[in-house]
Ligand binder design. Structure first.
Ligand SMILES: *Cc1c(COP(=O)(O)O)cnc(C)c1O
Length: 376
């Protein structure tokens, strides 16, 4: 096995799901977003574990992601969160993905394809209302008309109505107010759909931010993504619920050497030893998704101690200063990059990089094998 691995703790994933279920109540559906390869954790194994833990639905962003889950033998309902291209409609129908629909063209296109394929029972869709995210979805005042249009299509079934909140993870008063306004618009749209004589089906709005801060956004189903993987959507919300990181990124020391005071390491000679020290080489670099901006700007965990990454991070390797007492560390010692106490978390790394933990785990790329661990 390669020295560098992403250990995926299925137990923690299932524990996080229990915490989320307790929060939103047993009566509500939970939809697990497993887009972007389950935020980098491995879509099919994560999806299967979510279903084992009682999650009722999955969500993907692309048709290919949906096809991958079907190929893995998953037959649970899958929501398609991004709008497909016309030449993908056929795959949407045949893989039985339930797309978000925000305009007539998409609904009519799916009707055409579902009719041509003679899809049994037609295709389920969720009407997407744009209440203020400004990304995809119809304006709230057009929701009822679009719902009626969908209801008129013989091969398209309205299974739900959804919206997405832009600042639901923020504690700023103006953002809480904006979220309340989005929820108000959404409720109006859903009411108008009902008044038009159409059953809205499963009504849903809350991603992780909504689950943590806005009970009024819970409706019939929650779609918490980043929380499944053990992180709050915003650092200010960390600790509100007892979530555990699912991914631990590890590597191993493959080389150790003594470096004298004044000697430099790695490209660009950006770090020079301030005193005699021990330097370890770790076979992980930006080619694995370890951001190069962490050069001279991060610490990893070796034998219970934080040790600085020194010199530039290379494509395949980086260097760690084990310090004067580094002699106590041996070759092939395990190194935790993030995700296991007391190492940094992906949220800590995100803060250093001015980004969010989502991007950190998503960016750990294909070259890093995912190793799934579950206690029996
Ligand atoms: C990604 C996504 C989610 C999950 O968001 P988190 O912030 O990870 O909880 C929910 N709904 C939609 C529409 C999304 O695109």
């Amino acid at each position: 096995m390669r020295a560098t691995q992403a250990i995926i703790r299925i137990d923690n994933l299932k524990r996080n799901i229990r915490v989320i279920r307790e929060r939103v109540g047993k009566g509500r559906l939970i939809c697990a977003p497993v887009k972007a390869d389950a935020y980098g954790h491995g879509a099919a194994p994560v999806a299967k574990a979510c279903l084992e833990a009682g999650v009722q639905r999955l969500a993907v962003a692309t048709v290919d992601e949906g096809a991958e889950l079907r190929a893995a033998g998953i037959d649970a309902p899958i929501l398609l969160l991004s709008f497909p291209m016309p030449d993908e409609y056929e795959a949407v129908v045949s893989y039985e993905l339930a797309p978000l629909v925000g305009d007539r063209e998409l609904a009519a296109g799916l009707e055409r394809v579902a009719a041509a394929l003679n899809a049994a029972g037609g295709i389920a869709v969720h009407l997407k209302v744009d209440t203020g995210m400004g990304r995809i979805g119809c304006p709230p005042e057009e929701a009822a008309k679009l719902a009626r249009f969908i209801a008129s299509l013989p091969h398209v079934r309205l299974e739900g109505v959804a919206t997405h909140l832009a600042v639901s993870d923020s504690l700023k008063p103006e953002n809480i107010q904006y979220t309340h306004e989005q929820i108000r618009r959404f409720v109006c749209a859903v009411d108008a759909i009902k008044k038009a004589g159409v059953d809205p089906g499963v009504v849903h709005a809350a991603a992780s931010g909504g689950v943590l801060l806005h009970e009024r956004a819970w409706f019939d189903m929650a779609r918490p993504g980043v929380m499944l993987y053990g992180y709050a959507p915003d650092p200010a919300l960390a600790g509100l619920l007892p979530l555990e990181p699912v991914m631990e990124l590890v590597s191993h020391i493959v080389y150790i050497k003594q470096v004298r005071k004044g000697e430099s390491v790695s490209y660009g000679r950006t770090w020079t030893a301030p005193c005699d020290t021990t330097i370890a080489t770790i076979p992980i670099g930006y080619g694995d998704g370890l951001n190069r901006l962490l050069s001279n700007n991060y610490s990893v965990l070796v034998k219970g101690k934080q040790r600085p990454v020194v010199g530039r991070i290379c494509m395949d390797q980086c260097l760690v200063d084990l310090g004067k007492d580094g002699a106590a560390c041996e070759k092939f010692e395990k190194v935790t990059i993030f995700g296991a106490k007391p190492a940094f978390t992906a949220a800590d790394m995100a803060e250093i990089l001015h980004t969010i933990p989502y991007e950190i785990t998503c960016n750990i790329n294909k070259r890093v094998p995912r190793v799934f661990e579950e206690a029996m």
